[in-house]
Write a protein that binds this ligand. Structure first.
Ligand code: B12
Length: 237
């Protein structure tokens, strides 16, 4: 079964590293190992790969080009029927733990409030929060003050939280075509509340696109967390 193959591949890679003492391993190989570890759906493989890579590769690159790349592969295997929901849940849990193991290396900037206040969450009806959490972490380490309001968040809560913390921007994640309209609903409610002029909106998530952002009147769309940081800086600084 493909799933077992994945586990074996990642397991072998971990033991290869041990054999050569972790020396002379290229960044490319380490990133591949991180990705394979996610595909193995095993937390221990992921944590071992993160431990190995973190002395050599920047945490944001480990996350985007290693772990997230593996998660995308998991998505593809899931779509092809080669992995099943329990595997995806295990991979998601391993991914979250891998990202958590890197958080200490991404210190919060003291600049926070000066750079801008951002409320970030995943829309109502949608429990996917791995990508959104990565975006929050990267925005925070770039110096923004970030309020991550979680997943499956009612539309009204985005607005209430933005009011409460006087936010300059709202980030809205949606991972399913069926929940994408939640991004539009947040913008509509912002308008109704007379807040649209003062609060920028950034959208993201796999089914979101620039064309969708234009259609619903979002200020920007970002494809990944690094781009989210670049675009937030462009809009808020
Ligand atoms: C992991 C996963 C899960 C996990 C989620 C765990 C968690 N805590 O998040 C679990 C197992 C719980 C799950 C459940 C379900 N899932 Co699911 N899941 C996935 C999977 C495989 C990967 C998503 C992921 O984490 N990717 C890795 C991260 C790093 O990438 P990302 O989320 O895209 O985030 C990046 C960018 O998009 C961007 N970004 C993300 N958010 C934001 C926000 C802002 C503001 C910005 C600027 C950028 C940004 O930056 C991030 C970092 O680079 C996808 C497949 C896929 N290809 O996406 C399916 C997928 C999203 N799931 C799907 C489905 C259908 C479901 C379920 C309904 C179960 C089912 N019956 O199959 C339930 C949903 C229940 C619900 N109501 O929400 C479908 C959605 C189809 C659709 N309608 O569009 C997908 C596409 C799989 C598929 N092809 O069928 N899932």
């Amino acid at each position: 079964m493909a799933h077992d193959q994945g586990i074996n591949e990642a397991g072998n890679q971990v033991s290869d590293l041990k054999q050569n003492g972790g020396c002379n391993i290229s960044n490319e190989e380490l990133l591949q190992e991180l990705s394979d570890a996610i595909v193995s759906c095993k937390k221990d493989n992921v944590l071992a790969a993160v431990e190995k890579a973190k002395g050599q590769i920047a945490p944001d690159v480990i996350i985007e080009n290693g772990l997230a790349a593996g998660m995308n592969e998991v998505g593809t295997l899931f779509e092809r029927g080669k992995l099943f929901l329990p595997h995806v849940m295990m991979a998601a849990d391993a991914m979250t733990q891998g990202v958590n193991a890197l958080k200490d290396l991404m210190p919060e900037s003291a600049a926070g409030a000066k750079m801008g206040v951002i409320v970030n969450g995943t829309v109502e009806g949608d429990v996917h929060d791995i990508g959104k959490a990565i975006v929050s972490t990267m925005l925070q380490s770039a110096g923004f003050e970030v309020y991550d309001i979680g997943r499956d968040v009612p539309i009204r809560n985005f607005i209430d939280k933005a009011k409460e913390v006087n936010a300059n921007m709202i980030g809205i994640s949606a991972l399913m075509t069926t929940t994408l309209t939640g991004q539009k609903d947040v913008i509509e409610l912002l308008k109704e509340e007379g807040m649209r002029e003062n609060v920028k909106v950034m959208i993201g998530g796999a089914p979101a696109t620039q064309a969708w952002a234009d259609k619903i009147g979002a200020d920007c769309y970002a494809e990944n967390a690094s781009e989210a940081v670049t675009k937030a800086k462009e809009l808020l600084l």
